[in-house]
Design a protein around this ligand. Structure first.
Ligand code: ADP
Ligand code: MG
Length: 386
């Protein structure tokens, strides 16, 4: 099972190479079962996950894949059957119901699909509720001041003294986000927050989340919207209670989820220093590679010893397929991009890769096509040796 720190290019432009010392959210071997008449149902199957402060995470997956179950683990709304959930250094799976509610009130803001505002209260009173619950301010006046400031932040202050029923869905979701921010929690968790909004409003809510991430919040958002999911720093794909590696899924967009789950279990991450050789021209092929952090350069050697950069591959792109599929030795050398402090690749051994290609003829055809194109291009560029 993959279990590693991440420092995404997508978030920071160039990776600055820092590896976080300890993740904000740490799930280890988390299992959640629900009892059913036919035996235990595994909603989450031995999940390992680490999220650093400042990450914007989208959780995607089919209905019933375990997204809400996962979210409920992070908020402490539900308890794992086995495993550990440590958030900000606190093992929340050990907390009792009262303690977990108090912890959540200060540490996790929750945003729901259907807003869940209290209809009898005004919007500003709704935002004040978590402060009342956690006793975070001395006076009612201070709470109201803070609530109005938050409503201003989410650009809805002019509706502060209206009831939720008097404003639109998108506006209600803004109020709900202000409420989630009431006690300035480091983490926001949102279960399909835009699921009930039109696409323009969904975009605006999403922009708001982006701003909060820029201010240092860590956001965990379940979404069905593939376009929105493109704009986050990290995507967690859930499938039948398991995580599918997002780079593997990007490399094989046509592959069945069952095969992606199986292959994810077999991926081995490997880290390389800038310029370090990952595979050598002339070697027999042993592995298949997918870039997951940083970048790699594919090099051809000239007779005079200099090198031509054939390609630069980014996260989600693969290499090493040509010799595995077409036989023979490696036709080029691949190195970790000198411009990235850390390059990570995910490897599948030869047997696992070939089995995966057998299981998924569509993916094999596509990968074969890419291999053929790349091989032809390489031949074309190869300096003729007399
Ligand atoms: P998602 O949010 O991805 O649609 P959920 O996390 O809600 O999925 O549910 C994951 C699986 O667990 C589903 O198959 C669902 O039927 C099952 N499940 C969820 N809650 C319960 C429960 N209380 N009892 C039994 N099965 C449940
Ligand atoms: Mg759900």
């Amino acid at each position: 099972m993959l279990n590693r720190f991440r420092n995404r290019d997508k978030t920071h432009g160039q990776s600055d190479g820092r590896i976080a010392s300890s993740p904000l959210i740490h799930l280890q071997q988390v299992v959640k079962t629900y009892p059913t008449p036919t035996g235990d149902f595994y909603a989450l199957k031995t999940l390992d996950l680490q999220v650093n402060q400042g990450e914007f995470v989208a959780v995607i997956g089919k209905s019933g894949s375990g997204k809400t179950t996962l979210i409920n683990m992070l908020t402490g709304i539900d308890k794992p059957t086995a495993g550990e959930i440590v958030i900000g250094g606190k093992p929340i799976h050990h907390l009792g119901e009262g303690a977990v509610a108090a912890w959540r009130g200060l540490n996790v803001g929750v945003v729901f699909q259907f807003f869940q505002l209290l209809p009898t209260l005004t919007n500003v009173e709704n935002v004040m509720l978590p402060m009342d619950f956690c006793n975070t301010f001395r006076s009612n006046r201070e709470r109201q001041e803070r609530a109005l400031h938050l409503l201003d932040l989410v650009e809805i202050k002019e509706h502060a003294f209206k009831k939720p029923s008097e404003i639109s869905g998108g506006q209600q979701q803004r109020v709900a986000i202000a409420r989630a921010l009431a006690n300035d929690p480091p983490i926001l968790v949102a279960d399909e927050p835009t699921g009930n909004l039109d696409s323009k409003t969904a975009n605006a809510i999403f922009d708001l989340f982006g701003k909060l991430v820029a201010q240092g919040k860590t956001i965990f958002m379940v979404t069905h919207d593939k376009d929105l999911a493109q704009r986050v720093t990290r995507t967690i794909i859930l499938s039948d209670g398991e995580i599918i590696d997002e780079y593997l899924a990007a490399a094989f967009p046509m592959m069945d989820e069952a095969h992606l789950r199986e292959a994810t279990r077999q991926l081995q991450p490997q880290l390389f220093k800038p310029g370090e050789v990952i595979l050598h021209e002339g070697e027999p092929p042993e592995k298949f590679y997918i870039v997951s952090q940083g970048a790699v350069e594919v090099l051809l050697r000239e007779p005079d010893g200099s090198q031509i950069v054939m390609a630069r591959l980014r996260p989600g792109q693969y290499f090493g397929e040509i010799a595995l599929l077409r036989g023979g030795a490696r036709i080029a050398t691949v190195i970790a991009d000198p411009g990235h402090e850390h390059t990570e690749v995910l490897t599948l051994d030869k047997a696992a890769f070939l089995k995966l290609m057998d299981l998924s003829p569509e993916s094999r055809e596509e990968t074969d096509r890419v291999a053929g194109e790349r091989a032809r291009e390489t031949e074309g560029k190869r300096p003729s040796v007399s």
